[in-house]
Ligand binder design. Structure first.
Ligand code: NAP
Length: 279
């Protein structure tokens, strides 16, 4: 079975639309600030996707675009001003930032209650302590939302997460631990045979590596759920995941396709964070 992201995103969007009506009645205009430095095409593509989704849901977007050579202190001032601005509910900083800017300083300048992309250390602390401090990173939450939407049992289930980045692997592992799964994390130093063995024994595999063929038929036992976070491009320029959903679909219980899986849920999660940030 293909675990498609669209129906998960549609449900999140519906919930946002219901809540947004009441928010407007209270005289509040939900507003997302997007900060972009320079004109990187992938930043612009992500920004346009976010604006399109925001427009669809009635969330206002204010853009703050800095030149590629913007001074770090000027960028810090922009973030601090947005932190103080009561008309701004969420702040999204498009990254990676140019090399002369310290990413750690910028992401930790964002007030946790406006850190809707979950990039600050305080947001990460919220994930680890399972509290409402900040927000979980959107992609990690999208992966967990898909599992919940399709009523996949998580408590007591064996989960293997492949990848340990701060953006996806670690937070998704912690969020699944918070759901009472038994979680094992694999990374580039885990011997390949061990990854295969752990995966074969798992109930759920979350792959967030960024390499074609990370999960193949040697990793599956016929009963698993695979959440594929990876985004790769094959030799024909076609977007593909870490696993091949077409090949594996008949050999697993469920698998998220790429495209059309986790990625299609991520911007809806981002918008749901803007709505939560209003509180
Ligand atoms: P990343 O920072 O490069 O992390 C990749 C992780 O994979 C690292 O922890 C690395 O281990 C591990 N790894 C590398 N080779 C491995 C191997 N052979 N076996 C096991 N683990 C291995 O990437 P990321 O930012 O987490 O992103 C992961 C993927 O998700 C990428 O394809 C990215 O494009 C995609 N992504 C998707 C979305 C979405 O919305 N769907 C959003 C963001 C990113 P080490 O720590 O040991 O190096």
């Amino acid at each position: 079975m293909l675990l498609k992201g669209k129906e998960v995103a549609d449900k999140i969007n519906e919930e946002i639309l219901t809540r947004i009506e009441r928010i407007y009645e209270e005289g509040i205009v939900p507003t997302l600030a997007i900060i972009r430095v320079g004109n990187n095409p992938s930043d612009i593509a992500y920004e346009n996707g976010a604006i399109k989704k925001a427009n669809m849901l009635g969330i206002k977007v204010e853009k703050f675009i800095g030149q590629e050579d913007i001074l770090e202190e000027d960028l810090i001032e922009i973030v601090k001003a947005l932190n103080k601005d009561n008309d701004i509910h969420g702040i999204l900083v498009l990254r990676p930032l140019p090399k002369h800017i310290d990413d750690d300083i910028i992401r930790n300048t964002i007030a946790p209650e406006k850190d809707i992309d979950g990039i600050s250390d305080l947001s990460m602390a919220g994930v680890f302590t399972n509290t409402n401090l900040g927000f979980p990173p959107c992609t990690a939450e999208a992966a967990v939302s898909i599992l919940k939407h399709y009523n996949i049992d998580l408590a007591g289930k064996k989960v293997v997460v492949i990848g340990r980045s701060l953006v996806i692997g670690k937070p998704v592992a912690m969020m699944l631990l918070n759901e009472n799964s038994t979680v094992t994390i694999c990374h580039s130093r885990t011997p390949l045979q061990q990854v295969e063995k752990l995966c074969r024994e798992a109930d759920i595999i979350v792959t967030a590596v960024g390499k074609i063929g990370t999960v193949t038929s040697s990793h599956v036992n016929g009963h698993q759920i695979i959440v594929d976070v990876g985004i790769n491009f094959d030799e024909n320029g076609k977007m593909v995941g870490d696993a091949n959903a077409v090949e594996l679909e008949d050999h697993v219980k469920g698998i998220t396709p790429v495209p059309g899986g986790v990625g299609s849920v991520t911007t809806s999660i981002l918008m749901s964070h803007v709505i939560k940030a209003i509180k």
